[in-house]
Design a protein around this ligand. Structure first.
Ligand SMILES: C[S@@+](CC[C@H](N)C(=O)[O-])C[C@H]1O[C@@H](n2cnc3c(N)ncnc32)[C@H](O)[C@@H]1O
Length: 236
C-alpha cells in the first residue's frame, strides 16, 4: 500500500492486486469519523483474503459477499476483484462521504481491465447500521457465502449488535472473517466470547498470517497487532 497523492487532508493510496491492476483508495483525514481512514487491519485482511481465495478451488463468480463497516472500502473491493458479488456497507455518513465514490471509481478500473470474454464484476454499496437494520430482502439477501469486516470491534457497546448482524446474514455454510487490531484485550475477548454462543471461532495462527503478509505487503506493517478470526455458524 503506497501513497499515490496527497491534497490537503485527502490521501489516495494504491493497493496492487492480481494481474497488475491497482486500486486507488481515497481517505480523508479531517472528518473526525473512523470510517474515512483506511485501517491497518483492512490492509492485512485484504492480503490474507487474496491469498486464501487464490488458493481456493471454488468458483467465486456465483458467490455472494457482504462487508460490514466497510469504511473506505479496500477489503470489499479486493473481494469484488476476486470475482465475488460484493455488497459493501456502512453508516450513511461514510457511504455518502467516501465509500460510494471509492467503489464507483475502482469498479470502473477493475472492469476496464477485464478480458473481453470475462463477465463484469459487481459491487453494490448500501447503508447498514448494525444497531437498527432488519436485514431482509429486497435490500439484503442472506445467507451470504462470505461475510467480512475489519476494525469493527473496538467498542463494547457495539459488539452484540455486530454479532447479531452477522448471525442474521449467515447460515451454516457462510464463512466469516473478522480482522481486528488488538488494542484493548477486554474488547477482543468480549467479542470472541459473544461469538462462541452461535459460532465456531478460529483465530488464524499468527505465524501463518505473518508468513502470508510478509511476502505481499509493499510497506512494513507487519509489526501491527492485527488478528483475524474465522467464524462458522454452529448447526443447532
Ligand atoms: C475503525 S472503522 C474501520 C473501517 C474499515 N473497515 C477499515 O478497516 O479500514 C469502523 C467502521 O465501522 C463503522 N461503524 C461503526 N458503527 C457502526 C454501526 N452501528 N453500523 C454500521 N457500521 C458502523 C464505522 O462507520 C467505520 O466505517
Amino acid at each position: 500500500m503506497k501513497i499515490k497523492e496527497q491534497v490537503n487532508s485527502q490521501k489516495i493510496y494504491e493497493f496492487k492486486i492480481t494481474n497488475g491492476t491497482i486500486l486507488s483508495i481515497k481517505q480523508q483525514n479531517d472528518s473526525l469519523n473512523h470510517g474515512t481512514t483506511i485501517w491497518d487491519s483492512s490492509i492485512i485482511t485484504a492480503r490474507y483474503m487474496q491469498h486464501l481465495l487464490r488458493s481456493s478451488n471454488d468458483s467465486l463468480n456465483d458467490k455472494k459477499c457482504i462487508e460490514l463497516g466497510s469504511g473506505c472500502g479496500l477489503l470489499g473491493l479486493v473481494m469484488c476483484s476476486m470475482g465475488l458479488q460484493t455488497t459493501l456497507t456502512d453508516l450513511e455518513y461514510v457511504v455518502i462521504n467516501i465509500l460510494r465514490d471509492n467503489v464507483k471509481y475502482n469498479l470502473c478500473i477493475l472492469n476496464q481491465q477485464r478480458k473481453e470474454n470475462s463477465c463484469l464484476l459487481n459491487a453494490q454499496v448500501k447503508v447498514l447500521d448494525w444497531t437498527i437494520t432488519q436485514l431482509q430482502p429486497p435490500e439484503f439477501t442472506p445467507p451470504y457465502d462470505y461475510i467480512v469486516a475489519t476494525d469493527c470491534i473496538y467498542s463494547l457497546d457495539l459488539i452484540h449488535h455486530f454479532v447479531r448482524c452477522i448471525n442474521e446474514l449467515a447460515n451454516e455454510k457462510s464463512i466469516i472473517f473478522c480482522g481486528l487490531e488488538r488494542r484493548d484485550p477486554l474488547v477482543t475477548e468480549t467479542f470472541v466470547n459473544a461469538c462462541k454462543n452461535g459460532f465456531n471461532v478460529v483465530k488464524i495462527p499468527e505465524k501463518r498470517l505473518r508468513k502470508i503478509i510478509s511476502k505481499d505487503l509493499d510497506n512494513d506493517i507487519s509489526n501491527v497487532n492485527v488478528e483475524i478470526y474465522r467464524l462458522k455458524k454452529k448447526n443447532h
